[in-house]
Design a protein around this ligand. Structure first.
Ligand SMILES: NC(=O)c1ccc[n+]([C@@H]2O[C@H](COP(=O)([O-])OP(=O)(O)OC[C@H]3O[C@@H](n4cnc5c(N)ncnc54)[C@H](OP(=O)(O)O)[C@@H]3O)[C@@H](O)[C@H]2O)c1
Length: 334
């Protein structure tokens, strides 16, 4: 099987390579694609050096699966073209709410992959949604979730390479007492937080907040009510979420903990002592999504609070995409 990565030089693209290697994903030929400015650039992978090739003249019939991680505009234009000849697994937001496109987090709704042939395009969910639905799935199966209130603390790598560089540069400038300039963020991100991710919508929510609501409904259950506040924080890698969940049935901390202990892809690290929880820095490079600070909400019946942390470039993007490919290969294509 041959595969391609569109956006191979980006944050997610480079993580895709790392995950392919760590999961020992079997392929014959690998094609690495990026923008024209990167054509000819060399990338070393598994004792071999690959040259970046351009997108516009790439023949997608050469590959069985093409991972797209080059943003929405590229996906909108090129994924349908590629999908005439290959299966596209797209990391961008563009196709996620398309009724014909499966929006997949394998631990939660792998069965929806059976519809991949509708458009030959499969959408990877938003990074903040993926790490949220992992623990929500077993909880919903067992106790039926009524409502979720989530506040995110999202790292700058979720926005892209240039934004990581902006945080680094601004941090140096602050420490050296130099002038700060913001190009990619709307305000200073170094030593600050910004309650604004993606564009504003008519109802005053941001598109990132809207995505968490509609994607959770599409992946898990349209009946789940969800309200999100998404915040960018000066962390390089790893998204965190403070999550309040109200259930339709009787729950307590013990029942919730027992249920989450079996949640696929999740690990509970939760001790009420100094350091008995996971922070984004510790999640960086890890495949697991971590759950900490599980406790009953003392102001409302059948409600709990918890803290969820995951590497947004791995489970939030590259790992989830490769897991999708693995299920596809195992169950739907040969
Ligand atoms: N970062 C996350 O946590 C995360 C999570 C889930 C989903 N996503 C999504 O994944 C996508 C990629 O994000 P990222 O963080 O990896 O972005 P990034 O670091 O900015 O990388 C963008 C990639 O797209 C390539 N590209 C840009 N224009 C292109 C063109 N005209 N033709 C071909 N390739 C082109 C770039 O190539 P050059 O180097 O040549 O410019 C680069 O490889 C986005 O849609 C993002 O929303 C990201």
């Amino acid at each position: 099987m041959n595969i391609a990565i569109v956006g191979a030089t980006g944050n997610v693209g480079r993580k895709l390579l790392e995950v392919l290697e760590k999961l020992n994903f079997k392929f014959s030929e690998l094609y690495l694609i990026a923008s024209d400015k990167s054509i000819g650039k060399k990338i070393a992978f598994k004792n071999k050096t690959y040259s970046i090739v351009g997108l516009s003249d790439f023949d997608f019939s050469k590959v069985k699966i093409a991972f797209f991680s080059a943003g929405s505009a590229i996906a909108e234009k090129w994924a349908p073209i590629a999908a005439k000849k290959t299966i596209v697994i797209d990391n961008s937001k563009h196709f996620r709410m398309d009724k014909e496109v499966p929006l997949v987090v394998p631990e939660v709704n792998a069965d929806t992959l059976k519809n991949y042939k509708n458009k030959n395009i499969i959408a990877n969910a938003n990074c903040s949604t993926i790490q949220l639905v992992l623990p929500l799935k077993p909880l919903h199966d067992k106790f039926k979730i009524k409502r979720v209130i989530v506040s995110t603390y999202q790292s700058v790598s979720g926005a892209g390479n240039a934004q990581m560089n902006e945080l680094e540069q601004q941090s140096k400038n602050v420490l050296e007492k130099k002038k700060i300039s913001s190009k990619y963020f709307t305000k200073q991100i170094a030593f600050n937080v910004i309650p604004h991710i993606d564009s504003f919508m008519d109802d005053r929510y941001t598109k990132e907040e809207w995505k968490m609501m509609v994607e959770t409904k599409k992946i898990l259950d349209p009946k789940i009510l969800l309200s999100a506040t998404c915040v960018r924080v000066p962390v390089f890698v790893g998204h965190s979420e403070s999550v309040n969940i109200e259930f339709n049935s009787d729950v307590n901390e013990k029942k919730i903990r027992e249920c989450l202990e079996k949640a696929p892809g999740c690990k509970i690290v939760d001790e009420t002592k100094d350091g008995g929880y996971i922070t984004p820095v510790e999640s960086s490079g890890e495949f697991m999504t971590y759950i900490s600070r599980i406790r009953e909400d003392q102001t409302q019946k059948n409600s709990i609070n918890m803290w969820v942390v995951s590497d947004n470039l791995l489970k939030g993007a590259a790992l989830n995409a490769v897991q999708i490919a693995n299920v596809l290969i195992k169950k739907y294509i040969n």
